[in-house]
Design a binder for this molecule. Structure first.
Ligand code: HEM
Length: 430
C-alpha cells in the first residue's frame, strides 16, 4: 500500500503538471488548504504536495536538497533536452555543472556584449523602418528570433555564420517557427544534434578554438579526472543551453514590454532613468542602470518563465509539519509564490519599487524565485540579465511600444509561461 502525505487536500484526484489546467487548480487549492496541500494522482499510485511556505521551499531547494531530485514534470523536458544540466542528476550533474559553470562567469559574459549589442542594433534598424511605415510589429515573434540569435551566436560564433551560408538559413529557426513543445517537436529538434556534432568535429580537425561557449565547453576538463566531457554529454549540454537560453529570455522580454505599455508611470520613469545613463560604447555592456534591472525583476515576479518547479522526495521528510513519504512529488509554484500576500503588497500591481535595495533586504529571499535557488539555480542568470538589460536599454532609448490588442494577452502555462497569442506593438519613435 502506498504511504500517503498527511497534509490536507481535496477528495478529487488530479495530475499536477506544467500545463494550463494546473494553474486554476493550484490557485483553488491554495485558497482552500493554505500553504501545504496534498494531491493524490488519478491512479492513486503517488501523492504530490504543493508548498508555498518559504521555510519549506528553502528546505527542499537548499537545506535538505540531497533528498530531492527533479520530478516527473521533467520527463517531458528530458525527451527534448537529453541528459543536459536541466535534467541530469547525481554525480553526472555535479561533474557537468562544475565543467559548464566557468562558461557563465561574468568576465565571459561581458565578452558577449558586442554580439548582444549588434543583434539589438539590427532589430532596431528593422523596427525603425516598420515604425516609419506605421506598421505594428509582431513583438513575440521578433523577440523569439532575437533571443535565439543571441544564444546561437554566443554558442557557435563563426560556425553559426558558416551554417547559415551552407544551409541558406538557420535550421534552428525551427524553435521560433514552431511554438508547440510536444513529442513531434522534440524529435525534430533532436535531429539537429548532428549539426552540433559536425561543428565539434570540424573544430577538432582544424584544432580551432573560438571565443564562444562551444570552445569553452570543449576545452573544459574535469578537475578530478582531468578528462574532457564525452561528446554525448557535450551535445546534450549545448542542446539544453539553446532551449533554456532562448524561450525563457524571449518570453520575459515579451511580458516586460506589455507591462510597460500598461503602466505609463513606470514607463516614463524607465525612460528618464535611461536618459540619465551614459550611452555605452559599441563594444560595451550598457552602463549599469538600477531601474532597468528593477523593471525586469518586477516583470519576472508577475510572469516567471519557470512558473512551476517540480521535485521528487528520495526519502521520507516533513514539510509544513506533515509527513512526506519517499516518492512524493513536490511542486513549488513561483507564479503563485510571487503573488503571495504574506510577502507582496497589492500583488497584482506592477511596481518595480519592490526591487529597490531596501525592499529586497527586508523580504524573505525565498519569496522570489524566477531563477530558482540552491545549487540547481539557473546557470544562465547573469547571461540573461545582461541580454535583457542591453535590449531594454537600447530599445527604450529609441521607441515607445504601444500595445495594439483590445484585450490583455492570455497567459499560456506550459513548460514555460508565455503569451497564448503573439503580442503586436505599435512603435513610436522617441
Ligand atoms: C529570463 C531568463 C531565464 C529564466 C527566467 C530562467 C529560469 C530558470 C529556472 C527557474 C531554472 C531552474 C529549474 C528547476 O529548478 O527546475 C533554470 C535552470 C537552468 N537554466 Fe535558466 N532561465 C533563464 C535563462 C537562461 C539562459 C540564458 C540559459 C543559458 C544560456 C539558461 C540555462 C539554464 C540551465 C542549463 C538550467 C539548469 C541548471 C541546473 O540544473 O544545473 N537559463 N532556469
Amino acid at each position: 500500500m502506498v504511504q500517503q502525505v498527511s497534509a490536507p487536500g481535496p477528495q478529487q484526484r488530479y495530475d499536477v503538471d506544467a500545463n494550463d489546467e494546473s494553474l486554476p487548480l493550484l490557485q483553488d487549492l491554495m485558497q482552500r488548504f493554505g500553504d501545504t496541500c496534498r494531491v493524490t494522482s488519478p491512479g492513486g499510485d503517488h501523492d504530490s504536495v504543493v508548498i508555498h511556505n518559504t521555510d519549506d521551499i528553502r528546505h527542499v531547494l537548499l537545506g535538505n536538497r540531497g533528498n530531492y531530485v527533479k520530478g516527473m514534470a521533467l520527463n517531458r523536458v528530458r525527451v527534448l533536452l537529453g541528459n543536459g544540466l536541466m535534467a541530469s542528476e547525481g554525480e553526472l550533474w555535479v561533474r557537468q555543472r562544475r565543467m559548464v559553470q566557468p562558461a557563465f562567469q561574468t568576465q565571459v559574459i561581458r565578452g558577449f556584449a558586442p554580439l548582444m549589442r549588434r543583434a539589438n542594433a539590427d532589430l532596431i534598424e528593422r523596427w525603425a523602418a516598420e515604425a516609419e511605415r506605421g506598421e505594428p510589429v509582431n513583438l513575440t515573434h521578433d523577440l523569439s528570433e532575437l533571443a535565439l540569435n543571441i544564444v546561437l551566436r554566443a554558442l557557435f560564433s563563426t560556425d553559426f555564420e558558416l551554417l547559415i551560408d551552407a544551409e541558406g538559413s538557420s535550421p534552428f529557426d525551427l524553435l521560433t517557427k514552431e511554438t508547440r513543445r510536444d513529442l513531434a517537436f522534440a524529435a525534430k529538434f533532436r535531429a539537429l544534434a548532428h549539426l552540433v556534432r559536425a561543428m565539434i568535429d570540424s573544430r577538432r580537425k582544424e584544432q580551432r578554438i573560438e571565443m564562444d561557449l562551444l570552445s569553452i565547453l570543449m576545452e573544459a576538463r574535469d578537475k578530478d579526472s582531468g578528462e574532457a566531457m564525452p561528446d554525448r554529454a557535450l551535445v546534450d549540454e549545448i542542446m539544453t543551453l539553446i532551449v533554456a537560453g532562448h524561450e525563457t529570455t524571449a518570453s520575459t522580454l515579451n511580458w516586460t514590454w506589455y507591462l510597460l505599455s500598461q503602466n505609463p508611470k513606470v514607463e516614463s520613469r524607465l525612460h528618464a532613468a535611461i536618459a540619465e545613463t551614459k550611452p555605452a560604447l559599441a563594444n560595451e555592456p550598457p552602463a549599469e542602470c538600477a531601474y532597468v534591472e528593477q523593471v525586469l525583476q518586477e516583470s519576472m515576479r508577475l510572469y516567471p518563465a519557470g512558473w512551476l518547479l517540480s521535485r521528487r522526495a528520495l526519502g521520507d521528510d516533513q514539510l509544513g509539519g506533515f509527513h512526506v513519504p519517499a516518492g512524493t512529488e513536490i511542486f513549488i509554484c513561483p507564479y503563485l509564490l510571487h503573488r503571495h500576500e504574506a510577502h507582496w503588497d497589492r500583488p497584482e500591481a506592477f511596481d518595480p519599487e519592490r526591487f529597490a535595495p531596501a525592499a529586497v533586504e527586508a523580504r524573505d529571499r525565498f519569496a522570489y524565485l524566477p531563477f530558482s535557488a540552491g545549487p540547481r539555480f539557473c546557470i544562465g542568470t547573469t547571461f540573461s540579465m545582461a541580454e535583457m538589460t542591453m535590449h531594454l536599454s537600447m530599445v527604450a532609448r529609441r521607441f515607445q511600444l504601444q500595445y495594439t490588442g483590445s484585450e490583455p494577452p492570455q497567459a499560456e502555462f506550459q513548460i514555460n509561461l508565455r503569451t497564448k497569442q503573439d503580442i503586436h506593438m505599435r512603435l513610436v519613435a522617441r
